[in-house]
Design a protein around this ligand. Structure first.
Ligand code: HEC
Length: 136
C-alpha cells in the first residue's frame, strides 16, 4: 500500500510538473505571437508613416513583454539545459522595455530615424533571447 502511494504521489508530481510546463509554454506561445503582431504594427507604421500604428504596436509589445520581467516566468520557458542562462534572458526582456520607452520618447519628439533605431534595438533583444532558447 505504502509502495503504491509512493508511486502514485511520484506520478502525480511528474504529471503536474509536466502540466505546469505545458501551460507555461502555451501561454508563452500566445504572448510571443502577440509580440510579433506588435512588431508588425510598428514596422508597418514606419513604412506607411502611420504614427498611431507604431504607438499601438509599442503598447502591445510593452504589455506582453512585462510578464518576462519575472524570473519565475523566464525559468518556466527556458529549456532544461538553458535554465542557467536565466539572468541573460531576463536582461533581454528589460532591454525590450528600455528600447520601447526610448522609442516612445523619440516618437514624441518626431525623431523618426532615432525611433527606428530603438525599434532595431528591440528586435535585437528579441533575437538575443531566441538565440539562447534555440541554441543558435
Ligand atoms: C526571454 C526570452 C524571450 C524574449 C525576450 C522573446 N522571446 Fe520569443 N520566444 C521565446 C521562447 C522560449 C519561444 C518558444 C521556443 C522557440 O520558438 O524556440 C519563443 C518563440 C517565439 C515565436 C514563435 C512562436 C511559435 O508559436 O512558434 C515568435 C513569433 C516570437 N517568439 C516572437 C518574439 C518577439 C517579437 C519578441 C520581442 C518583442 C520575442 N519573441 C522576445 C523566448 C523569448
Amino acid at each position: 500500500m505504502i509502495r503504491f502511494k509512493k508511486i502514485a504521489i511520484t506520478f502525480m508530481c511528474i504529471t503536474s510538473v509536466a502540466f505546469a510546463q505545458d501551460v507555461a509554454l502555451k501561454l508563452n506561445a500566445e504572448a510571443m505571437l502577440a509580440m510579433e503582431n506588435g512588431l508588425n504594427n510598428i514596422q508597418k507604421g514606419f513604412l506607411y508613416n502611420n504614427i498611431d500604428l507604431i504607438k499601438s504596436g509599442v503598447d502591445i509589445v510593452q504589455k506582453e513583454n512585462r510578464v518576462y520581467h519575472d524570473r519565475k516566468v523566464i525559468k518556466s520557458i527556458l529549456p532544461e539545459n538553458k535554465k542557467l542562462m536565466e539572468n541573460i534572458a531576463l536582461i533581454t526582456s528589460k532591454r525590450i522595455e528600455n528600447a520601447s520607452e526610448e522609442m516612445k520618447a523619440y516618437l514624441e519628439m518626431k525623431q523618426m530615424r532615432k525611433a527606428h533605431e530603438s525599434f532595431s534595438d528591440m528586435v535585437n533583444a528579441c533575437t538575443d533571447c531566441h538565440t539562447i532558447v534555440r541554441g543558435w
